[in-house]
Design a binder for this molecule. Structure first.
Ligand code: GLP
Length: 244
């Protein structure tokens, strides 16, 4: 696992976007694993810019997202489908039929079946990740066990609390989500995790300091991946006590 320390969050996002752009440049029909949230969301303006400047072409690219809230329809402003459309897909030359975000509504078994079928379609060339305050990746929450394949997950109080900033109040935050499993994430050819902010310090410390791999901090499994890059800013690196 490689750790890159940048000067600030903007540089973190630009670095991650450059890695993704490099994959698309080498493989025009690349399959991207995408993420939502304010950290991963910071990467998309750089991809949009590169597309507008004709440095990368999305016409043959396909994408699959890490997760979606259970219960939110695609046009809900806090659904991850809505996030992806408004933060990336509507601004680049991607064919939206080549983008997949699990449905938040409908029969759970069917949703999970469709999610798993989409994951089987083609390997993910590069997977973008954020990290939850509790160390979750996608919505794989800490606990006694983690799950390999796409599944429904009950959100922890920490996650509901952290994500309530995007809703009118805590009661509006969905308590369940559909997420890629840990195996799906680990099967991606390359992982790029971006993190910023003091609230992530404990989770990131578990990830980049020491050798422990634990279901109590799902992000630590990234240590087992053969090609993973973690990008953080100096402020977070200092908080965590990370030295190059
Ligand atoms: C949500 C997403 C995660 C993301 C996390 C961090 O919980 N399901 O995939 O990593 O948010 O979000 P933020 O970057 O906004 O802190």
């Amino acid at each position: 696992m490689k750790v890159i320390v940048t000067g600030n969050f903007e540089q973190t996002c630009e670095t991650a976007a450059n890695l993704i752009s490099g994959v698309i440049a080498n493989k025009p029909d690349a399959r991207l694993g995408l993420a939502t949230g304010s950290s991963a969301g910071g990467v998309y303006p750089y991809l949009i810019k590169a597309n507008k400047e004709k440095k990368i072409d999305f016409s043959k690219v396909s994408t699959i997202n890490l997760d979606e809230y259970a219960g939110l329809p695609p046009d809900h402003t806090q659904s991850y489908r809505y996030f992806m459309d408004t933060n990336l897909f509507d601004h680049v030359n991607i064919d939206k039929s080549n983008t997949f975000v699990a449905s938040g509504i409908g029969d759970p078994e069917k949703i999970i079946g469709e999610f798993r079928a989409q994951l089987k379609k083609a390997p993910i060339d590069i997977q973008l990740l954020g990290i939850g305050v509790d160390g979750h990746i996608g919505f794989n929450e800490p606990g006694n066990v983690l799950y390999c394949d796409a599944h429904a997950e009950e959100l922890t109080n920490s996650t509901i609390e952290a994500n309530s900033r995007f809703f009118n109040n805590r009661d509006e935050v969905p308590i369940k989500a559909y997420t890629m499993g840990m195996g799906d994430i680990m099967r991606a050819k390359r992982l790029v995790l971006v993190a910023t902010g003091a609230q992530k310090a404990e989770a990131v410390r578990g990830l980049i300091i020491g050798d422990e791999v634990t279901t109590r901090n799902p992000s630590t499994f990234i240590k087992l991946h053969p090609d993973a890059v973690v990008i953080i800013d100096k402020e977070l690196a200092d908080l965590v006590g990370y030295k190059n």
